[in-house]
Every structure is written in C-alpha cells, then in structure tokens.
Design a binder for this molecule. Structure first.
Ligand code: ADP
Ligand code: GLC
Length: 491
C-alpha cells in the first residue's frame, strides 16, 4: 500500500484499540495510522507488550534484542495490527506482563514502576530513530502521544546520533507523568536535562514537560484546545511553556472511525438506519429501554451518556440537576466507569427513579453503540475536552449532543438555537449546572418539534468526521517538518 520512497513515521503510543483502550487515545492510535497508511505514508506503530497485545501477536518473530542501560532486558517483536499496519512490540515481561490495566492494577492504583515502564517505551522508540538502531527501517519523524511517550524527544535531544524529527501530540494535559527526581538518572537522562529549561517541573521529573520542551512540533487534538492550553487553568501549569512554543503548536481535530461507527451497518444495533430512514432509530430506543430496565416510552426524550466518570467530564452537573431532568420529563441512561463517588451518585439516581434513570457501571463497547443509537439526546458537558469522540459518534447516529463550549466540543458541534438551519446540537457557555440545564431544556423543546428535530439530526449525520482530512493535516505537518530540517523530499 505504501510506495517505496514514502515518508517513514514511527507512531509511539501506550494504547491501541481494540487491543488496549482506556479512552479516545486508543481509538485515535488505531485509526490515524491506518488513515496515514492509506494516504501512502509508511507508518509503523510502537506499543508496549502488555498481555492483551502479546495474546494477539503470538508467534511474532523477534526483530531485535534490546539491552538498554538501566532497563530490564527486552525484545522487539515484529507484527501487524488488525488492519495490517506494521507494528513493533516492546516485549519486556518485567515491565508489562501483569494483570490490571495499562497504567495500574485492578483497583485503579497506578503501577509504582510506571516511570520505568514508559521510560522503556520512550527509550526503545528513541533507539529506533538513530544510527544505533538494530533495524534497517529508520523513521524521518517519530510521532509521540501523551506523557507516556514524553521522554522520546528528550532522549533524541541528547543523542548525537539521532536523526528523526519529533512531533508530540497532546491528548490530555490533565495527565502529565510526574515522578520523583531520582528517576532522571535511573532512566539514563543527563543531569543537565533536569532544569527549568528541560524535564524538571517543580523539583520533579515530568514526562509530559519533557515532550513539550524538546519536541520539534506540538499538536493538540483540536484547534480550540490548542488556544485554551496557552493560559490557566487549562494549561494545567504548563501554559507558560505552551504559550512560549505557540509557533510550534497546532490543533488538528480528530476524526472517527466511520466504518465502526456506521448506523447503517453497526452489528451492535437492534435496528439499522441512515439519514433517510431515521424512523427506524426508534427500534434501538425500545431495545435500549428494555435492556436497561427503563419504561418503554417511545415519546419521552431519552438522554444518554457514555463516558469515563471523572471530574473532567462535568457529569456532576447531570447529578445536580437530575431532579429537574426527571421533571421535564425525560429518561436518563448512563454507561461509564471511573471515580467511585460519581459511580455511587449515578447508582443512587437509578434507585431513586426506577424506570426513568438507569446506570451501567463498566466498559462495554456493544452497549456504547446501542446507547449512541437508542438515545434521543447525548450529554457531554465536559469542563474541558481536548477533542472528544462521543459527540461525533452521536451526531453521526442522529442523536444530537448537548455539549459545553470547550475544546473539540466547540470545534465539532454547532448550536441549533443560534443556527436552526445548520445546527447539529446544543452548546452551553458556562461551567455551571444551570448553564448545562438550560441547554438540556433547549434540546428537549427542539425534540418536541419533529420537523426541526429531523433537520438537526440530519445536519449532524451529514457532517464529515472521517479521518482522511485530519490525516492530510498530519501528513502536511510531517512533510513541512522534514523539509525544514533539510531532509529528503517526499515521494
Ligand atoms: P476520553 O478519551 O477523554 O475518555 P473520548 O470521547 O475521546 O474521551 O473517547 C472516549 C472513548 O472511550 C470513546 O470511544 C467512547 O465510546 C469510549 N468509552 C468511554 N467510556 C466507555 C464505556 N464505559 N464503555 C464503552 N466505551 C466507553
Ligand atoms: C483524550 C481526551 C479526549 C480526546 C482523546 C483522543 O483522552 O480527553 O478529548 O478525544 O484523548 O485524542
């Protein structure tokens, strides 16, 4: 699929759907490399060898033994992702072979050796970027994602043999990978890196800051978030550095996988439909209501949530105004997992309003699809949202979203009250429960006007949320970066 002289990109990530996914980064790490490859770029993914990855690449040949000073012995396996994108797996039992999730144990406690685990991922990536690489495939650009890969640009900076340029994508600044200063030496970084102009952050080692400081280019997953993080509070303490690097920083809005998220073909739906057959959507609502123990009420608006349950997502506002939502009346269906307090608060709502509010705690791909299709209105009141994928899924499924005016939510949803001709959802301006509830009220009133509602649904369904556009923007960025470093021209 790729041409002989195509641009070589090493895409380093801690997650890749469907094998390892805790959120949108997993989705992006599967879909973006595939889209890049389809556009002729020679992209390869580097992923840690968690058990869920090794299970899928059984029998994969060893491409190299990795003996990196300070790190346990590891091997590089050569494999492919389900969609055929070439993959390198860092197989290191001491670091990755354990139960739990990619970042912590079953109870959600972070692994204490995370600096070593993601230091190794970063160190292995950097090795593949220079003359000491054991492989004959050498990338022009290494594309890093989130704090887990933040040390790659730092290692490259201090390696005189490194040849690749680096791009660091910020999917969420709330997670920074901050560890005690002893790790600087243990991970093989020179002490001179441990300064304000380097990897140091208030006396500790920050993986994310390392990436932000040393990467050649920075991207965020929406243009609006790229602006928001240049000041407090959304810069999470890094706003000064980010503002200083604004010339290197761009926002490229994520796409979604339009094959996995296609209401006309989705195997998880009870009834398939498209923009011309929206009446069939009701079949999903009925089955969703039955499955969740909600009363089967075809005409009562059903509000849906699929989310990590964390303060970022603003779902405490849903809890705060739940009584008013119930009085509209409307039904509420929530699928999510995360903070114990929020899980308990939603559980309590379901008990207080049996048949009208339902909650499923857990991570369930099939139910997420049915909920996106079966709900009438999707709620995503995030306090901040670097991009967000669910609001795009819901627009594509004819389920207009209620969103806060922030980050990618602003960049991908247009307000149907302000623009009834082209609007696709309902956007609220303030970080308050009242502002959120105002938008819910507007959405429910619009739902009561069938012609208006159909237009809003169809506007959302007609939007192009595919990956080819964003992939072109990344390709342009890589090309510009390689040219600016005087590198070879592209095929
Ligand atoms: P974030 O990465 O901040 O969690 P995104 O909207 O970018 O937010 O991506 C979240 C992804 O995780 C989406 O694909 C969404 O469908 C999925 N997801 C989140 N929570 C659940 C859940 N409880 N069950 C199934 N899928 C979920
Ligand atoms: C992060 C962000 C989310 C974004 C996702 C993929 O998890 O919270 O907004 O969509 O990364 O880029």
């Amino acid at each position: 699929m790729t041409k002989k002289n195509s641009l070589r990109i090493l895409f380093v990530t801690p997650e890749c759907a469907p094998w390892v996914k805790t959120g949108g980064l997993g989705d992006v790490s599967a879909a973006l490399p595939r889209a890049l490859r389809e556009s002729g770029i020679d992209v390869r993914v580097l992923l840690p060898g968690y058990p869920d990855v090794l299970r899928h690449v059984q029998g994969a040949p060893v491409a190299a033994e990795l003996a990196l000073p300070g790190f346990p012995p590891a091997r590089l396996l050569r494999a492919r992702l389900p969609d055929d994108v070439p993959l390198w797996v860092v197989d290191c039992p001491e670091c990755y072979e354990r139960g739990g999730g990619p970042y912590g144990d079953e109870q959600g406690r972070d692994w204490p050796d995370n600096p070593l685990r993601f230091g190794l991922l970063s160190r292995a990536a950097a090795l593949l970027c220079g003359a000491a690489s054991p492989l004959d495939w050498r990338p022009a650009v290494v594309h890093c994602n989130d704090w887990q890969t933040g040390l790659v640009p730092a290692y490259l900076h201090f390696d005189p043999q490194a040849t690749a340029a680096s791009v660091m994508t910020l999917h969420n600044l709330a997670f920074q990978g901050i560890f005690p200063p002893e790790w600087v030496g243990r991970l093989g970084l020179p002490q001179e890196a441990f300064s304000m102009n380097g990897v140091e952050y208030y006396g500790r080692l920050s993986f994310l800051k390392a990436g932000l400081y040393y990467a050649d280019r920075l991207t965020t997953v929406s243009p609006r978030y790229a602006l928001e993080i240049q000041s407090a509070p959304l810069g999470f303490g890094l706003e000064g550095l980010l503002a200083g690097r604004r010339e290197a920083l761009t926002g490229i809005v994520n796409g979604i996988d339009t094959e996995l998220w296609d209401s006309a073909r989705d195997p998880y739906l009870a009834a398939r439909y498209d923009a011309a057959t929206l009446d069939a959507k009701a079949g999903n609502k009925r089955v969703l209501q039955q499955r969740l123990g909600l009363r089967v009420e075809p005409d009562m608006p059903l509000l849906g949530v699929v989310s990590r349950l964390t303060p970022q997502k603003g779902l405490d506002w849903v809890v705060q105004v739940a009584a008013r939502i119930m009085a509209l009346p409307a039904q509420l269906a929530v699928l999510g997992s995360g903070d114990a307090e929020l899980e308990a608060a939603f559980g309590e709502l379901a008990r207080r309003y049996p048949g009208q509010a339902a909650v499923r705690i857990g991570f369930a791909e099939p139910l997420a699809h049915l909920l996106e299709a079966g709900a009438d209105i999707f709620l995503m009141p995030s306090r901040f949202e670097p991009c967000g994928l669910n609001q795009m899924y819901s627009q594509r499924y004819g389920t207009p979203p209620v969103v806060h005016a922030t980050g990618g939510l602003s960049d991908t949803v247009s307000d149907a009250t302000a623009d009834p001709v082209r609007g696709t959802g309902f956007v609220f301006p303030k970080t308050t429960a009242a502002s959120f509830f105002g938008a819910v009220g507007r959405a429910v009133r619009a739902y009561r006007d069938p012609a208006l509602w159909r237009r809003i649904q169809q506007n959302g369904m007609a939007r192009d949320f595919g990956w080819p556009g964003p992939a072109r923007s990344y390709a342009a960025l890589y090309g510009e970066l390689v040219r600016s470093r005087g590198g070879a021209t592209l095929s």
